[in-house]
Design a protein around this ligand. Structure first.
Ligand code: PPS
Ligand code: ADP
Length: 200
C-alpha cells in the first residue's frame, strides 16, 4: 500500500477541498480557475470540479430539484474526498444552495480539510453579469426554480472565507485567489510538514 502521507510527500503538499459556494454568476468558476493557475505556477497540483461541467457527465441524470441538487453535491463531495486522499488540492465550485448538503461534504473530511468559501455578491451584480442569459429567462418565467429568483440559497453561517464587495467594488479574481493561496500556505497545505520524510 502506498499511504496518503507518502503521496502527499511525493507532491510536497497536503490534500484539501476548497469549496466555492454562491449564486450563479457570482464568480465561482472564474475564481476556481484562477486559483488553479496560481497553484500550478507555484508548483502545486490541484484539480477543479465544476458543478456546471460535471452536469454534462457524472451528474447528467440530475436536474435542479432539491433532491437532485443534494445528490449532485453528494457526488461532488465524494469525488472531492478521493482527490484529497490522492494528496491533491481539490477546488469544487457549485452553487450548493443547501447548508446541510455542504455540511455533509465537510463531514466526509478531517477537521480543517474542508475550506468553504462564500461568494457573497449581491443578486443584482450576478444578474447584471448574466453571462449565459439564464437570469433573463428565469425572470421571464422560462426557467422555473432558478437559484436566487424562485429557488432558495442558504448562506453559510461559519465558513472559512467570505468574498465580498470592498467599497462597492468586486475584488479581482487574482486578488481573491491570492487570499486563498495565503490561507493555504498559512495552514501548511502547500509546504510539507517537517515530519514528512521522502521515503520510497
Ligand atoms: N434552475 C437552476 N438553478 C440554478 N442554476 C441553474 C438552473 N438551471 C440551470 N442552471 C445552470 O446550472 C449551473 C449550476 O449547477 P450546480 O451543479 O452548481 O448547481 S447546484 O449546486 O446543484 O445547485 C449554473 O451554472 P453557474 O452559473 O456556473 O453557477 C447555471 O448555469
Ligand atoms: N472578480 C470578478 N470581477 C468581475 N467579473 C467577474 C469576476 N469573476 C467573474 N466575473 C465574470 O462574471 C461572470 C460569471 O462568472 P463565473 O465564474 O462564470 O460565475 P459562476 O461560476 O459563479 O456562475 C463571467 O462573465 C466572469 O467573467
Amino acid at each position: 500500500m502506498v499511504t496518503r502521507e507518502e503521496r502527499q510527500n511525493l507532491l510536497q503538499q497536503k490534500g484539501c477541498v476548497v469549496w466555492m459556494t454562491g449564486l450563479s454568476g457570482s464568480g465561482k468558476s472564474t475564481l476556481a480557475c484562477t486559483l488553479e493557475h496560481l497553484l500550478f505556477k507555484r508548483g502545486n497540483l490541484s484539480y477543479v470540479l465544476d458543478g456546471d461541467n460535471l452536469r454534462h457527465g457524472l451528474n447528467k441524470n440530475l436536474g435542479f430539484s432539491a433532491e437532485d441538487r443534494a445528490e449532485n453535491i453528494r457526488r461532488i463531495g465524494e469525488v472531492a474526498k478521493i482527490f484529497v486522499d490522492a494528496g491533491i488540492i481539490c477546488i469544487a465550485s457549485a452553487i450548493s444552495p443547501y447548508r446541510k448538503d455542504r455540511d455533509a461534504c465537510r463531514e466526509l473530511l478531517q477537521p480543517g480539510e474542508f475550506i468553504e468559501v462564500y461568494m457573497k455578491f449581491p443578486l443584482s451584480l450576478c444578474e447584471e453579469r448574466d453571462p449565459k442569459g439564464l437570469y433573463k429567462l428565469a425572470r421571464a418565467g422560462k426557467i422555473k426554480g432558478f437559484t436566487g429568483i424562485d429557488d432558495p440559497y442558504e448562506e453559510p453561517i461559519n465558513c472559512e472565507m467570505v468574498m465580498e464587495l470592498v467599497d462597492g467594488r468586486c475584488p479581482t479574481p487574482k486578488e481573491m485567489a491570492g487570499r486563498l493561496l495565503f490561507y493555504l500556505e498559512e495552514r501548511g497545505f502547500l509546504t510539507p510538514s517537517p515530519n514528512l520524510i521522502f521515503n520510497f
